[in-house]
Ligand binder design. Structure first.
Ligand SMILES: C[S@@+](CC[C@H](N)C(=O)[O-])C[C@H]1O[C@@H](n2cnc3c(N)ncnc32)[C@H](O)[C@@H]1O
Ligand code: SF4
Length: 421
């Protein structure tokens, strides 16, 4: 569809412009300035093997690097305390955070001792859903466990290089079945629009999911960054974004009787489930190598070089190598994107945060999405329509591709500078 292509094009251009900053210099984190509740994001960049479609920040697991890495993470946790910060929620993402469960447990326990954490969310893979790991995750207070599934189709699992690592579709389903009910929220991460994924495969996956009744399903659109494009088309096939709408509509229709959308791509079975933190927390600190934080209207990026990360922390320095100060318009656009990703935006709240003229800044964007049937307004609340939900999937897809492109760029810089030393 033309409008969707247009939205994707504009979102891609805007993201590329926003994410331009020099990643060579050292920066520091300011002392805490406001009482806005913050999220703590902690990144664990190690995986047993690398999936060909994934452009998140991750490397092949090496215990000799991972143990000092976790130690450095714990030091970085305390560095934020020294600056007066407190955090209301913890999200441990990856990579594969459960790769060294004892190190993860020590880190989460330290964070819970240091800050007033109310919720803990951890990402994992199906092969780590063992009784021993589940026992430890429960003991350290994990409320939300998010498991990478992607699909239950054995053929597709083989194509995306996960079958031999995480088991067949049936084995993954069995692991989910035995974990369901043990955490406040068990989330399954799925992906739609793999090049060889057919509508029949998607239908089968949806039947499995509704049969399992997992608490929550996150259905990501396949996102391909510039860096993964080559390996993706060689191993998985060339992606056609135009096919995404049909998949998405089928997903929302099939899940409608059991699940409510809580964001444009997350579906939950009950109220009070924990979902996308970027919607609920306006600001966050990003800890660990390659993490990105957003504090006081500034974006901060930590070094992508793991050895450099450990070294900097060892010297007592913040490992921040890039910083960008966002203008008011950029901050408003960010809130507009994230709040509506969570389906609603309260214009009064926005006015309270940015001043009376806040919606004037967004006049063009609001008018455009109303005109194309993506947004509706009741009094001061803007809400996504069903059409709008898919527009937001496109914009968030482009946002993440932009972030991943930026990461790839930083990674290249990190490699170049480590070669020149
Ligand atoms: C970055 S992984 C980290 C957790 C764990 N290693 C895993 O594989 O689930 C979290 C989720 O991101 C999603 N993801 C990864 N690469 C993606 C891509 N290129 N496009 C869309 N979603 C992707 C997958 O659904 C994956 O489960
Ligand atoms: S999808 Fe998960 S397991 Fe695969 S490479 Fe990415 S982070 Fe690692």
């Amino acid at each position: 569809m033309l409008i969707e292509k247009f939205i994707a094009h504009i979102a891609r251009k805007k993201n590329a412009a926003y994410l331009q900053f020099s990643p060579r210099v050292s920066h520091t984190i300011p002392r805490k300035r406001s009482d806005t509740p913050l999220l703590l994001y902690v990144h664990v960049p190690f995986c047993e093997e690398l999936c060909p479609y994934c452009s998140f920040n991750r490397v092949v697991f090496d215990e000799a690097l991972a143990r000092p890495y976790f130690e450095a993470l714990r030091k970085e946790v305390l560095m934020y305390k020294d600056l007066g910060y407190d955090f209301g929620a913890l999200y441990v993402g990856g990579g594969t955070p459960t790769i060294l469960i004892d190190e993860l447990a020590n880190t989460v326990e330290l964070i819970k001792k240091t800050y007033r954490i109310m919720e803990v969310s951890v990402e994992t893979n199906p092969n780590h859903l063992t009784d021993a790991n589940i026992g430890i995750l429960k003991e350290i207070g994990v409320n939300r466990l998010s498991v990478g599934v992607q699909t239950f189709d054995d053929g597709l699992l083989k194509t995306i290089g996960r079958y031999h690592k995480y088991g067949s579709g049936e084995e993954i389903a069995e692991r989910l079945r035995s974990t369901q009910g043990k955490f406040n929220t068990l989330n399954a991460d799925m992906i739609f629009n793999f090049p060889t994924q057919t509508m029949a495969i998607l239908e089968e996956d949806l039947s499995r999911l509704t049969g399992l009744k997992v608490d929550q399903i996150t259905y990501y659109p396949l996102m391909v960054s510039d860096y993964t494009k080559g390996v993706m088309s060689e191993k998985v096939g060339a992606v056609k974004y135009g096919r995404g709408r049909e998949f998405y509509m089928r997903i929302t229709d099939r899940l409608a009787s059991l699940y409510d959308p809580t964001t444009a791509w997350c579906f939950s079975r009950a109220d009070g489930m924990i979902d996308e933190y970027v919607v609920n927390y306006e600001e966050y600190a990003g800890l660990g190598s390659g993490s990105i934080g957003y504090i006081g209207g500034n974006v901060y990026a930590n070094t992508f070089d793991i050895v450099d990360y450990v070294r900097r922390i060892g010297r007592g320095e913040f490992p921040v190598v890039a910083k960008r100060e966002c203008s008011i318009k950029e901050r408003l656009l960010y809130d507009f994107l994230m709040k509506l990703f969570g389906l609603h935006l309260d214009l009064t709240e926005l006015g309270r945060k940015y001043g009376e003229e806040a919606d004037e800044y967004l006049r063009w964007e609001i008018a455009f999405f109303k005109a194309v049937g993506g947004l509706e307004q009741r009094e001061h609340i803007l809400s996504l329509t069903k059409k709008g939900q898919y527009y937001w999937v496109i914009m968030m897809r482009e946002f993440f591709i932009g972030v991943n492109n930026f990461r790839d760029y930083c990674r290249e810089i990190a490699q170049l500078s480590s070669h020149s030393h």
